[in-house]
Design a protein around this ligand. Structure first.
Ligand code: ARG
Length: 469
């Protein structure tokens, strides 16, 4: 095998890298994702070098303009660096020098790839966080709209996947809006810790040049520079925190997926999947499969894996930079892509890919014992101690089941034989609509509460000041 030439490092090296090792070492295959952030970061660095007099104003301008040219070439598809460039940082610097000549060699004054890669990764993640926050908002808006349509549609509520108490479908949907709200907030909180500048930390110890780290931090929109250069180049907490937030988004989407998969089954039949968001089977012509939620549920594991990978990556690293850190990127990039794709797919699914079946849902809640608690509550409201009422109703359910009857089918005599406190209004009290309406405690499924929750959510989502920058 032909060795590659030692083009990128100092003359200290006498022989070239083995081609397989060059390939093994290179990150250009994936860190090309950072190229525009690398260029932006380098432009700020060049401006700072000129601002502090480390290079001349003219040289600063040449570097900024040259970097802009590299950006345009990349956008036009004319700049496609290969393995020989090792990584995106070398690739950009090399192309810059080809374009602007020797002045390009001044760009790397007073910085290292260690603070450079940290800067690029933060600029990238900052953008991605904002984009994901917007996606979370779109997801919430679709759910809110659906909730408005389905305040009085009922759906069985489950605990232990056993019918528990009936719910307003809107209440069920709004639970996901709340989860998404925490996701949105969490991303915002993490943003504050992503938005610090390691630029100017140098390789690990700072630099002998009179740089101005506050200047570059400000140019790049960072809140402030890292206070400690060692921490600046070796901190990846922000990436782990993001992967934690991304994992929780996936937990929420995966739970929702599981529900849709159940709802779309013949057994539940709560939703119909539309052709635009379901697929057929190659062998069973009757099938319509919920591939979207299944894929989301499946992809969730990948994001958890990336979180785990980064935690393990970091736990044994001595300060400061170690090449292990190059491994953070694929995990981060894949998690970002996965979360974005899943949020988009689930938003589309609920916007236009499925339809709830109100008639079927309302019928479902009328055909079970999920109003049993309401019978106990009825007695308790008439002065029977709740535990005693609970035991009585347990017996009623048992005998009704044996007789193949539902509670609504019991005659008034039968009710009275259980307890004399029962009166004719028991039938209204256990009708599903009333059962739901009556749960009017704060945050409950009662229609009044749900309507209030919808109004409050609407207000929250329409407040532009609460949207990301
Ligand atoms: N490609 C490297 C990374 O992603 C850039 C930093 C390299 N630094 C070094 N000291 N070798 O981490």
């Amino acid at each position: 095998m032909q060795p590659t030439s030692p083009s990128t490092w100092s003359q200290r090296f006498e022989s070239a890298l083995h081609p397989s090792i060059a390939q093994f070492n290179a990150s250009i295959g994936f860190d090309i994702e950072l190229i525009e952030y690398d260029i932006t970061g380098s432009q700020a660095h060049a401006q700072m070098l000129a601002h502090t007099g480390i290079i001349s104003a003219k040289e600063g301008e040449q570097l900024v303009a040259g970097l802009e040219q590299v950006r345009q070439e990349y956008r036009r598809g004319e700049f496609t660096p290969g393995v020989d460039a090792e990584d995106v940082h070398f690739a950009v610097e090399r192309r810059l020098t080809e374009l602007v000549g020797d002045v390009g060699k001044k760009l790397h004054t007073a910085r290292s790839r260690n603070d450079q890669v940290g800067t690029d990764t933060r600029l990238y993640l900052r953008d991605q966080i904002t984009q994901i926050q917007h996606q979370v908002r779109s997801f919430q808006r679709v759910f809110l709209e659906l909730a408005e349509q389905h305040v009085e549609t009922l759906i069985p509520g489950y605990t232990h996947l056993q019918r528990a108490q009936p719910l307003s479908l809107a209440h069920h949907l709004l639970a996901y809006v709340e989860m998404a709200e925490r996701d949105w907030q969490r991303l915002g909180e993490i943003y504050a810790r992503v938005n610090l500048s390691p630029l100017g930390s140098g390789a690990l110890a700072g630099t002998t040049f009179p740089i101005d780290r506050h200047y570059t931090a400000e140019l790049l929109g960072f809140d402030r520079p890292y206070a400690n250069s060692l921490d600046g180049v070796s901190d990846r907490d922000f990436a782990i925190e993001f992967l934690g937030a991304a994992s929780l988004i996936m937990v929420h989407l995966s739970r929702l997926s599981e529900e849709v998969i159940l709802w779309a089954s013949e057994e539940f039949s709560f939703v119909t999947l539309k052709d635009s968001c379901s697929t057929g089977s190659s062998i069973m012509p009757q099938k319509k499969n919920p591939d979207v939620p299944e894929l989301v549920r499946g992809k969730t594991g990948r994001v958890f894996g990336h979180l785990q990978a980064l935690l393990v990556l970091m736990k044994g690293l001595p300060l400061a930079y170690n090449k292990d850190l190059q491994e953070d990127k694929e995990a981060l990039f894949d998690a970002v892509k996965t979360v974005k794709a899943c949020l988009e797919a689930m938003t589309i699914l609920f916007e236009e890919g499925l339809e709830f079946r109100p008639a079927r849902l309302n019928q479902a809640v009328a055909e079970d014992f999920s109003n049993a608690t309401d019978v106990a509550d009825y007695l308790a409201a008439k002065g029977v101690p709740f535990r005693e009422a609970y035991n009585l109703v347990g017996k009623v359910v048992k005998t009704s089941l044996a007789a193949g009857k539902l509670l609504k089918d019991l005659t008034l005599e039968e009710w009275r034989s259980i307890h004399p406190a029962f009166e004719a209004d028991i039938y209204a009290a256990i009708a599903p609509q009333q059962v739901v309406a009556a749960r009017n405690s704060f945050g409950g499924t009662g229609f009044e509460q749900v309507r209030r929750a919808i109004e409050q959510t609407k207000e929250r989502l329409s407040d532009a000041s609460k949207d990301p920058i």
